[in-house]
Design a protein around this ligand. Sequence first.
Ligand code: TYM
Length: 333
Amino acid sequence: MSKKIFSGVQPTGNLHLGNYLGAIKNFVELNDNNENECIFCVVDLHAITVKQNPRELKDNIRETVATFIASGIDPKKSIIFNQSKVKAHSEAAWILSCTARTGWLNRMTQFKEKAGKDKEKASVGLYSYPVLMAADILLYDSTHVPVGDDQKQHLELCRDIAQKFNNDFNVDNFFIVPEPLIQKEFSRIMSLKDGTKKMSKSELSDLSRINLTDDADLIINKIKKAKTDPLPMPSNLEELEKRPEAKNLIGIHSSLTGINLEKLINEFSGKNFSDFKENLSQVLVDKILPISKEIKKLLNDKTFLDKILTDGYEKADKAASKKIKKIHEIVGF
Ligand code: TYM
């Protein structure tokens, strides 16, 4: 059966290895399978849930498109567009916010993390953000949603919203209840400075992440400085489980090369971390540098990037407009 794939990435700059291994790499594989219909959305409405510099946002939207293309997504096969252009997203988000329950949103751990101690000062948008995410997915009858592990709870909420809407309005299967596509292993890449914290664009220290625009020297330097524990390389899987920084670095290697963990552990068992780090740096440079170079090249051709977004908008808007029309009828507008 053909799959309808939908996913989104926020254009907040500094797309990093976590975004790549947790999401974008899978987008490319899904895009390559001709049976799939894929939509990849640059979610600018989500980006403004925290303060953005308008000029930088505009540049970051193009940079996100450039990253998709440089990573291997083919805009002729997949629809790439920005969320704010398709008005149905904001509208569906409002309607679905009347289906979602505040108790459900109160349980979202990402809001708690992002709002921090001063919840009262967080924007309403940051709180209701998972409802907008549900609107994104449900407008396109998406069957599968590839994301990193941190989005799992938001997808569960999306499934609850779809089911409740279908029940409340007695419209069986109107909204397709989507399946998450989350990798079994290493769906959460951790910070290079703390193996218990997610790699993130909002982390202050740039040394905590490999950005997809980093050059070879930066990559090598960041891996050299990456936190490790004082012991030599682990010698079995059990030991690896107890050592978060080692687990993260070996996991990154395994995700990039496809070499399984046991094999990597056997190869480096008992050696110094510096040997492994040298090898990992090379793997990263081989994989990330061509992407980084291509992003920089594509950013010089704004017309090309804007054309991708306009073409994508036309296709996305057609599908979303049809669905929102039906939603109006169901709700009684
Ligand atoms: P965003 O922009 O924070 O992240 C984009 C994608 O990258 C994944 N990701 C990671 N995966 C593994 N390890 C990490 N350290 C890591 N950091 C980020 C995220 O899981 C995500 O898949 N709300 C979403 C965007 C969104 C969306 C959607 C996704 C909006 N609408 C509809 C799917 C469907 C977000 O803020 O992702």
